[in-house]
Design a protein around this ligand. Sequence first.
Ligand code: E4P
Length: 218
Amino acid sequence: MKFFIDTANLEQIKEAQDLGVLDGVTTNPSLMAKEGIKGQENILNHYVTICNLVDGDVSAEVIATDFKGIIEEGEKLASLHKQIVVKVPMIKEGIKAIKYFSSKGIKTNCTLVFSPGQALLAAKAGATYVSPFLGRLDDASTDGLELIEKIRIIYDNYGYQTQILAASIRHTMHIVKCAEIGADVATCPLSAITGLLKHPLTDIGLATFLADYKKVNG
Ligand code: E4P
């Protein structure tokens, strides 16, 4: 399973990259706003900076919601850097745009997916990635992981190449469960990635090994 980091924060992206396990980055307008990135030029420059920090795909979301606007914005984003993936919302105009981008060889990430039917449409339109938001479903008392399972079954039934990018991940168990289900990618906050390192028995075991070494070697 690929690990993407879900942030526009450069320090966190660098930290995940330094860990050596990062495969890409996802952003959204809220994450960009959180970092205080505003104005068209600054936003585009920020995407390029992120692309230059990592090796893999970097999702950059369109703001337009009409077909023509999504195409114009998406083509501009895609021309910024070969690692850019155009992130398009799961709406009617978005699906048409994904089909268009797919025919032009432009990578897409269909975002704001909350049902198996939406994921099926995204795959049929030729999306490179589909982003089911599991944490937001959990927040609304609905099992987000069940959605990932259903999408996996549907895609495997028909051999769809669209990659399941589990999004809105909140904690380490979401990551582990997504790996068990067979999600292709998990996009996570840094805290969830580094959280995978932790186990008290590892800390206790290491302390014992070091103490035993010291007893004999001084
Ligand atoms: C990523 O592609 C999504 O935009 C993101 O994971 C949403 O996460 P949130 O529900 O924590 O805002």
